[in-house]
Design a protein around this ligand. Structure first.
Ligand code: ADP
Ligand code: MG
Length: 266
């Protein structure tokens, strides 16, 4: 089971869109996927075809220790992947956990019982570097960073990289950067091309080759409670997220082959 925190403290960069559509794309390649919504806005929950208002148990109850993850897990609207939903109640967790023991490791501990059930766990983080995000970073093997290629993007990235370093030092020494994903990309925009080139300079092959274009179908799909793959499979957005899933799977296979080879040499 590979646990990925999809995070960026900036709002509107495509975290939730990536979470829902990558979950659907990985599920389409027969991977068992769990999406965990960690944003009180619950957009990933709605985007997965679930009605926030009728949910009695959510990730909030897991963080405060009232329920196990399994008890709050439900099937996505189309039934292709599983979802741990969130709603506004989650906003209270931050305050309620302040004086609790092991408040940063709540999600990590809760996930331990799931290791046999899924190939990928995707965590949709809120747009903040708060305790809930720290829970995601502590539970995760790696971070996926969706970003829009605009002027302030690189600046925000250094805050995030510093937080990752702190989490590594104190809570999760193995935390890696899985990859940087260029989202809402407009190829005709010169600035986007410049920032994109700078990103590649700094982060090398951590930058996914797949680019997610600005595509109206991606913005429309959530209002129907569907991943874009179901809403409009032929759209550029759907094809881009399928390509991303393929790239991730290929990368993982290459890394495994490399590790096996090293073992043989030793
Ligand atoms: P975040 O979770 O980082 O706040 P969202 O995934 O909610 O970002 O995206 C912000 C807004 O932009 C949403 O309205 C979403 O539908 C839209 N959006 C995200 N990615 C794309 C894209 N590639 N093309 C068009 N619209 C997009
Ligand atoms: Mg979001």
């Amino acid at each position: 089971m590979r646990i990925l925190a999809i995070t960026n403290q900036k709002g509107g960069v495509g975290k939730t869109t990536t979470c829902v559509n990558l979950a659907a794309s990985l599920a389409a390649t027969k991977r068992r996927v769990l999406l965990i919504d960690l944003d009180p806005q619950g957009n990933a929950t709605t985007g997965s075809g679930l009605d926030k208002s009728v949910l009695k148990r959510t990730v909030y109850h897991v963080l405060i220790g009232q329920n196990s993850l399994q008890e709050v897990t439900v099937s996505s609207g189309e039934g292709k992947f599983d979802v741990v939903p969130a709603n506004r109640e989650l906003a209270g967790a931050e305050v309620e956990l302040v004086n609790e023991i092991a408040r940063e490791t709540r999600l990590k501990v809760a996930l331990a019982e799931m290791t046999q059930h899924y190939d990928y766990v995707l965590i949709d983080c809120p747009p903040a570097l708060n305790l809930v995000t720290v829970n995601a970073l502590t539970a995760a093997h790696a971070v996926m960073i969706p970003m829009q290629c605009e002027y302030y993007a690189l600046e925000g990235l250094s805050d995030l990289v510093n937080t990752i370093k702190k989490v590594r030092a104190h809570l999760n020494p193995g935390l890696e950067i899985e990859g940087l994903l260029r989202t809402l990309f407009d190829n005709r925009n010169m600035l986007a091309q410049q920032v994109s080139a700078e990103l590649s300079q700094h982060f090398g092959d951590k930058v996914y080759r797949t680019v997610i274009p600005r595509n109206v179908r991606l913005a429309e799909a959530p209002s129907y409670g569907m991943p874009v793959l179901i809403y409009d499979r032929a759209s550029k957005g759907a094809q881009a997220y399928l390509a991303l899933a393929g790239e991730m799977i290929n990368r993982a296979a290459q890394q495994k082959a490399k590790a096996d080879k090293q073992l043989n040499v030793q």
